[in-house]
Every structure is written in C-alpha cells, then in structure tokens.
Write a new protein. Structure first.
Length: 339
C-alpha cells in the first residue's frame, strides 16, 4: 500500500550535545516494491498481455479511462501481492509501483486516480461471454482456459518425451453464505470443491465447483480439453495421468484407454483387494518380526469390480507391516503400454 509521509520535523532529547530529529520527508513511498519482480517476470512470459487478449471491450473508446489491459494487470498483480479483495484497490489505485506496472503514472482525468477502483474492477470480473448494458467487457472462456496450457507448452524449448498430469480435488473453505455453498463431510466444513490439474509446477486448470458432487465430476471434459493442445504441438509425447482413488471411475479410465493416455490411480482398500494379498501380508509380517524393521511386499495382478468397471485392469498392491500393524495400499495402473 502507498505510504503517506508528513514532512513535519519532530525533535527528541539531544544526545551528547547533538540534536536528534525525526523527519518524514521521504516523498511518495510504497510497501509493494516486490511487485517489480512480478512485472519483470510477466515481461518474459507475457501472461497479463495474453490474458487481456481474451477480453473484448465494447465501451465507447474515447470515454474509456481504464483500458482492459490496465484492469487485468491491476487485478492480477493485486492477487499476487495478497490483496484478494476488490476493496483493497481503493488504496492500491494510488500506489506508485502499481501505477508503474500498469503503465499509467498519472490519471487521465483530474477526478480520477491513475488506476481503477473496486467498482470498475467489479464490472470486469462480472463480465460474461456477451456484453450487457452494465458490463460492456466480454470474455472468451475457451481462450482463458487454453491460456494456461499454452503458457505451459511455451515454457519448453523442445518437446519432452513424457508429461505427467496430476488431477486433484481439494476444499476451498467458505466463511459466509456464498452461493453454492455445501457442507462436505470429509473436510468437515462448508466449502467449494475445485478441480485442479497440474503438470509439475505448472497449473493447467482450476475449475470452481460446489462441494455436493463427486470428486471426479467434470474431469473427463477437463482432461479432454487439456490433452488436445500438447497432442497437436507434441504429437510424439507420452501422457500419464495420476490421481487418487476419488478419480478411479469407469468414465475417466475408459476415456484414457480409448485415447492413448496412460494412467495411475489409487484404489480404496476393500476386503476383496486385501484378500488378493493375504500371503504378501503374512510374509511382510514374518520378515518384520525377524528383522524388527518395517517390511513390505508387492503384488501385480488383474482385477475388476463387481459392477462399476467394464473390464479387468492391472493393479499393483503393497502389503506392509510396520511392527505394530499391517496396511495395504493398492494402485491401479493401466494404459496403452502394458496394461
């Protein structure tokens, strides 16, 4: 935030005959100098410029004070600095560093700040695919979703031999009565249940969803959309999909098998799976008791659920004895290579 300095001097008790004076004449200062690093990074990958290109401005050009690129830059940088609420921008709009990064050191009108306030930014965030009387900036949702994947592809000078996509659903806790809030028993709170897709450190998708759905809901559509782009740019790349047991669903597994995508999913332990590795559990227990150290055994077999799966699939199970108790962990491994 911008710091307002007072040029008045304050005197204190002298020390060894010398005056001690405090002065607040530093001029215009900021506590957000770190944002310059964000700006330097963005100039390399052009994220904000490309993101702003996903919007169309239907406002009367000669009356526009804050252009779309400036609005997008202001909002993105505000979030990276930890200012997630729009109301923060009523002060950030006067911040000199934000003005430098927004390319507007001075306001275009005498009654305006260099950057936009919360109301203008709110109209940007509430924009839809088509402009309305009150929201004249529209956006292309498909282009926005594809941008994260394109940035990931552009980060590679040469195609990698394999990429690993990680699917995950986690809680986004709510502390009010937001639209679409539901209580989730596993997380023991009211929350949303967004779907994320990562490839290493790169975020490829973040889909906001209510919490009263299955963890895998919408995953086929997201993976279909994401896989299409690298397949065009890198036709020889191997794609591996990883997820926990919440995604071991027939629809997603069948899609992977039909589209040449390998996958590794966790499986929820049940009596039938444990029965498949009884001898491995006994062997692990025997070894652990002899060595007084944890022991583990692995077993590779084919398996099928009684109703939900359409076919047998490969499973690798781990039988472990820690000295106090036994545990069984199963991973479902399948795909186009050695399934």
């Amino acid at each position: 935030m911008q710091i307002e300095c007072n040029a008045d001097l304050f005197g204190f008790a002298p020390v060894e005959g010398r005056k001690v004076v405090a002065a607040f004449d530093g001029g215009t200062m900021t506590s957000e100098a770190g944002a310059m690093l964000h700006g330097a990074t963005d100039r390399q990958i052009r994220l904000i410029e490309r993101f702003a290109g996903c919007f169309t401005d239907h406002r009367v050009a000669e009356l526009v004070v804050h252009e779309v690129a400036s609005l997008v830059s202001q909002r993105v940088l505000g979030i990276t600095l930890g200012y997630e609420d729009l109301i923060d921008h009523d002060q950030l709009r006067h911040d000199p560093v934000m003005a430098v990064l927004g390319g507007k050191l001075e306001a275009r009108r005498a009654d305006c700040a260099p950057l936009a306030g919360k109301s203008t930014l709110n109209r940007l965030e509430l924009s839809g695919p088509e402009p309305t009387s009150y929201h004249k900036i529209s956006h292309d949702a498909t282009a926005i979703e594809g941008l994260l994947v394109d940035l990931f592809l552009d980060a590679h000078a040469v195609p990698p031999p394999q990429i690993t996509l990680d699917l995950d659903a986690t809680d986004d806790p709510l502390h009010g009565h937001q639209e679409g809030r539901f209580f989730h028993g596993y997380y023991d709170s009211y929350c949303y249940l967004p779907l994320y897709v990562f490839c290493g450190r790169h975020l490829l998708a973040a889909k906001l969803r209510p919490a009263n759905i299955d963890a895998s809901a919408g995953s086929v559509e997201e993976i279909t959309r994401i896989v299409t782009r690298p397949r065009v740019r890198w036709p020889q790349v191997r794609i591996l999909l990883r997820a926990d047991s919440g995604f071991a669903r027939e629809g997603l597994m069948a899609w992977c098998e039909n589209n040449g995508v390998d996958f590794v999913f966790g499986l929820v332990k049940n009596s039938r799976l444990v029965g498949e590795i009884e001898s491995e559990l006994a062997a692990a227990q025997e070894q652990s008791q002899k060595t007084e150290k944890p022991a583990r055994r692995f077993k590779d077999f084919t398996w099928q659920t009684r109703q939900s799966w359409s076919r047998e699939r490969r499973v690798v199970a781990k039988a472990e004895w820690t000295g106090q108790s036994q545990s069984a962990l199963c991973r479902h491994l399948a795909g186009t290579r050695g399934a």
